[in-house]
Design a binder for this molecule. Structure first.
Ligand SMILES: Cc1ncc(COP(=O)(O)O)c(C=O)c1O
Length: 389
């Protein structure tokens, strides 16, 4: 073909110029290449309950394979409403206040697109989950980063108050918290409610680890606090709760006016979420022990992993919720967090994630994050390797 006639792709201006390959992808690829135990990315290496698969299989065989209603299968929305009411005492109307989403990720994006306009600011608390800022940028907004208190990773209400401006449209909160494994207390939620009382700021509450809170503590959903519930999108994920991260099904609960705007975005984004999974999840949710048993299940793994860490020179930080365990490695190395995690993966055979990856300014604390949602055997192999450090 004549060079002059070769079709040329026009140059594209990036919508997200700052986004590159994420550290999770990098570490997972390194883990495969170097046969490392992957305690980096947050997903279980064990399977879900066969009863859940059977419930989805039954729904498919019953012919439940066509488009469901836009907001989700009514039986699943009813089951979600019943669960939230039983646990947090707030009744959301399944018809007008609950929407099933393609995982929490889509719920967060759609909530942000629903409320954030160009020029708006959204407060995010660093370290934070990596999708928040690109989502805010996609809506034309600006992420205003406020650090959690170094060391304790609790909210710094003075700094949050100082970050509030007339342009603040929303704040993203995440408890139990990825990556620090901290859990907000009732008093902290009440302080958030008091701080936002005179404002029109919405809360995007990422509660994907709601059922992983340990040592007898209770998850403080924003749904428990009427003032917060009135301004919040409460977001959760079946992927985390039922060990099916690959299914990508979650939900958002929000007051009817917020849900109405959310659904406008949802309708022209994914429109709806796959039908048989929704029916299967609705049937499986009928037994509350499936979500109520999760805390004990993961607390045992947390304790096993932490007991094993005593044989190492890594110093574990408290894990009050989630399936993450952060460790201070400063007794072993003064490398940067990313260098340490690369070294740990490629030379020592255990993949971890640097905490700095969760900060906009890559703040360094000599802390790495492990995920303990793994088979006991996997954790044992990782711990043997970590004991050699
Ligand atoms: C804090 C947080 N929010 C949201 C998500 C995404 O959830 P989903 O897989 O349901 O989209 C994750 C997954 O790692 C997470 O850690």
């Amino acid at each position: 073909m004549n060079i002059a006639t070769v079709p040329r792709t026009p140059p594209i201006e990036s919508r997200l110029p700052k986004v590159g390959t994420t550290i999770f992808t990098v570490m997972s690829a390194l883990a495969v290449e170097h046969h490392a135990v992957n305690l980096g990315q947050g997903f279980p290496d064990f399977d879900c309950d066969p009863a859940l698969v059977a419930a989805v299989d039954a729904a498919m065989r019953e012919g439940l394979n066509q488009y469901p209603p836009m907001a989700g299968v009514p039986a699943l929305r009813e089951a979600i409403a019943a669960k939230i009411e039983a646990l947090y005492g707030h009744r959301y109307d399944p018809g007008s206040e609950i929407t099933v989403t393609a995982g929490a990720t889509q719920a967060i994006l759609s909530a942000i697109l629903a409320v954030v306009h160009p020029g708006d600011e959204v407060i995010v608390l660093d370290p934070c989950y990596d999708s928040y800022e690109p989502n805010i940028v996609m809506a034309g907004g600006t992420a205003v980063h406020v650090p959690l208190v170094p060391g304790t990773f609790g909210p710094d209400f003075e700094k949050i108050a100082a970050a509030l401006s007339p342009r603040t449209r929303a704040i993203v909160v995440n408890s139990p918290h990825n990556p620090s494994a901290t859990v907000w207390s009732k008093a902290e939620m009440e302080r958030l409610a008091a701080l936002l009382r005179p404002t029109g700021v919405f809360v995007i509450s990422d509660e994907v680890y709601e059922h992983m809170v340990y040592d007898g503590a209770e998850h403080q959903s924003v749904a428990r606090f009427p003032e917060l519930a009135a301004r919040s999108f409460v977001i959760s994920s079946f992927g985390k709760t039922y060990h099916v991260t690959g299914w990508k099904v979650g939900y958002v609960a929000a007051p009817a006016p917020l849900t109405a705007e959310f659904r406008k975005v949802h309708q022209f984004n994914v429109f709806t979420v796959n039908t048989p999974m929704q029916h299967g999840l609705a049937r499986y949710m009928a037994d509350p022990s499936h979500h109520l048993g999760l805390a004990a299940f993961y607390q045992r793994k947390r304790d096993l992993f932490r007991a094993g860490l005593e044989r190492t020179r890594l110093v574990p930080l408290p894990t009050r919720g989630t399936y993450f365990q952060c460790v201070d490695y400063s007794a072993i190395s003064d490398r940067s967090e990313e260098d340490f995690c690369r070294w740990l993966t490629t030379e020592k055979g255990v993949a971890a994630i640097p905490l700095s990856a969760f900060y906009a300014d890559n703040y360094e604390q000599r802390i790495a994050r492990f995920c303990f949602a793994k088979k006991d055997e996997t954790l044992a192999v990782a711990l043997d390797r970590l004991a050699q450090l």
